[in-house]
Write a protein that binds this ligand. Structure first.
Ligand code: FER
Length: 247
């Protein structure tokens, strides 16, 4: 494992690169955590281990205001994450050993995966959103984020649910994002993995995304929650089998 920082317009993004034993040239998957998350969470480690088992190198990166990367949590926005992810894609593309590139992320990182998939549609052999939180732009426009209601036409300075504080800019940015546009821009294969008992991101969003994508498959993990805490092995095996089947 190599640990380092990727520079994203002056913001240092904490990164770890894991490679299968003895690997030379081969595929690489970029893997991003969710909102308030980081790269050492159990479900991120499980996804990373599954990719390594399938012979895929993994680049885990922490986005603005998360983990050991620069920036304050309260100042993070989806535009900052998009800028960060574009820097990570550029970094990954110039690595000598990389043959095919993949992108995966959990929850808000899954939303990011869907956005970057569309924006950089020629760069990925496949994208793998995990419990993607692609309702965030919709709920931001509807005036209810983190379960906290607000007037969507007059965004407050900040909102808090008692655990975390978000700036109004998080909402302003999210309101401008139309995920359907990026879904339609990505024509390659998509694998979505989602627990059907997720009470953070409704499972219906996974079903809707699979309908909208040109070439998507949904693996539902029966009875599992947002972070796959009940059946982590099933999520692991779904990822390992998918990568073994596509290259
Ligand atoms: C929300 C529900 C879920 C929200 C963010 C999330 C900012 C993201 C969850 C995750 O990434 O795990 O209302 O508001």
């Amino acid at each position: 494992m190599k640990e380092f920082y990727i520079n994203s317009d002056g913001i240092r993004l904490h990164s770890k690169l894991d490679r299968p034993e003895g690997a030379e040239k081969g595929p690489l998957c970029i893997l991003i955590h969710g909102f308030t998350g980081h790269m050492e969470e159990d479900h991120i480690i499980a996804a990373k281990d599954a990719m390594i088992s399938a012979g895929v190198s993994v680049l885990r990166v922490e986005m603005y205001g998360h983990g050991q990367s620069d920036g304050e949590f309260k100042d993070h926005t989806l535009y900052k994450w998009v800028t960060n992810a574009l820097s990570v894609v550029a970094y990954a593309k110039q690595l000598e050993f990389v043959t095919d590139l993949y992108l995966s992320g959990h929850s808000q990182g899954g939303l990011l995966t869907m956005l970057i998939g569309g924006m950089c549609c020629d760069d990925f052999k496949s994208i793998i959103p995990l419990s993607p939180a692609w309702m965030i732009p919709e709920i931001s426009r509807a005036g209810n984020v983190l379960g906290i209601p607000y007037d969507p036409d007059h965004i407050p300075e900040s909102i808090t649910n008692g655990d975390v504080v978000l700036s109004g800019d998080y909402i302003r940015v999210a309101q401008t994002i139309h995920v359907e546009d990026e879904i339609s821009r990505y024509q390659g294969p998509v694998l979505i993995i989602h627990g059907d008992a997720d009470d953070v991101v409704p499972f219906s969003y996974a079903e809707k995304a699979v309908e909208l994508y040109n070439n998507a498959k949904l693996i539902s993990i029966h009875g599992d929650d947002h972070c796959f805490t009940r059946h982590l092995n099933e999520m692991h095996d779904a990822i390992e089998n998918y990568f073994k089947s596509i290259y």
